[in-house]
Ligand binder design. Structure first.
Ligand SMILES: Nc1ncnc2c1ncn2[C@@H]1O[C@H](COP(=O)(O)OP(=O)(O)OP(=O)(O)O)[C@@H](O)[C@H]1O
Ligand SMILES: [Mg+2]
Length: 310
């Protein structure tokens, strides 16, 4: 029996003068949770677009089990067991769940049972069932995106930065669901995350992408302890305020000598010297490192005297 597994080999794609993917090779085994981390513009979404045939790579191969995915029309990719989360969802909430299950044809009872399952996992979606997806909050939209993708009962789920912009509590909830579907259904996951700490918590193995190339790979635990990877990516990520993770904030507070007061936007806002480390946040979301959330008035923050502009 051949078991489905993703096998991407030497994939290249250029857009005009930009080489977005410069010979990427990557595999995801059946039932595996694999992380894919890397800074903005590294090519993570482009790789998803090549796997799901939104783009056709200039060269290289993409196989899922025995199947050559580059020979599959894009609307049929999901039939072969690969689903992805989408960011800008249209339609009503309940329609999204049905559309997600479209490939299951006439399995009415199974589909209805799964819709019920997702309404139980994310009760807020039931409450919003007749609402247009675009009117949901960021966290609700990601819940819907995950539920919709999983309605197809994929063997592999591609998640593109589902934690982006969400409060840590919502992120924890979403990631707990991912862990559960991996445990219970054996669904393999390829997690694109700028929040590297988060991806490495869940993933058994990870790849680091930088400017269209694989700059590192290995078991998540080694990845975390690897000095070169830390320097190359994790610490850089901690200095990128729009992508700061909760763990990153705590790390910044621990490793840099944190000195309140903290200025946001230089002038407009100042944290009282006695206040606990609190930050932080950026439109449209807030990170809350201490249980106390602070609202900034601008896009500049100061961690330990270092001004960082978004
Ligand atoms: N359709 C396109 N036309 C032109 N350039 C593109 C296109 N799609 C992607 N690119 C370029 O390819 C590179 C990789 O982009 P991609 O969106 O894959 O990055 P990413 O790793 O997902 O970044 P982010 O973390 O910001 O989402 C970028 O330089 C981007 O501008
Ligand atoms: Mg992207």
């Amino acid at each position: 029996m051949s078991v489905a597994a993703l096998d991407v080999r030497d994939v290249r794609i250029r857009f005009g003068g930009v080489t977005a993917l410069d010979g990427i090779s990557l595999t995801v085994a059946p039932g595996e949770i694999c992380g894919l981390i890397g800074p903005n513009g590294a090519g993570k979404t482009t790789l998803f677009n090549c796997i799901t045939r939104i783009y056709r790579p200039d060269s290289g191969t993409v196989r899922f089990g025995a199947r050559d995915l580059l020979a599959v029309p894009r609307h049929r990719i999901v039939r072969h067991g690969i689903a992805r989360t989408f960011q800008n969802l249209a339609l009503f909430v309940h329609e999204n769940l049905r559309v997600g299950a479209a490939v299951r044809g006439k399995d009415r009872d199974g589909i209805a049972a799964d819709i019920e399952y997702w309404y139980e996992v994310f009760p807020v979606l039931r409450a919003r069932a007749k609402q247009i997806a675009g009117t949901l909050s960021g966290g609700e939209q990601q819940m819907l995106a995950v539920a919709r993708a999983l309605m197809s009962r994929p063997k592999l789920l591609l998640c593109d930065e589902i934690s982006l912009g969400l409060a840590p509590k919502i992120v924890a909830e979403l990631f707990a669901v991912l862990r559960r579907i991996n445990d219970e259904d054996g669904t393999a996951l390829l997690l694109v995350e700028q929040n590297a700490e988060l991806a490495l918590d869940l993933a058994g193995r990870a790849y680091l992408l930088e400017v269209g190339r694989v700059a590192g790979q290995g078991p998540a635990a080694e990845f975390r302890d690897n000095d070169a990877v830390r320097r190359a990516y994790l610490e850089k990520a901690a200095a990128s305020p729009s992508k700061l993770s909760h763990a990153g904030i705590m790390e910044a507070a621990r490793t840099q000598e944190y000195r309140p007061p903290m200025f946001i936007d230089g002038i407009k806002w100042r944290m009282a010297p006695s206040a606990p480390l609190g930050i932080l946040a950026f439109r449209p979301f807030q990170w809350d490192a201490t249980g106390v959330a602070f609202k900034p008035f601008g896009d500049v923050i100061d961690i330990s005297g270092k001004y960082i502009t978004k």
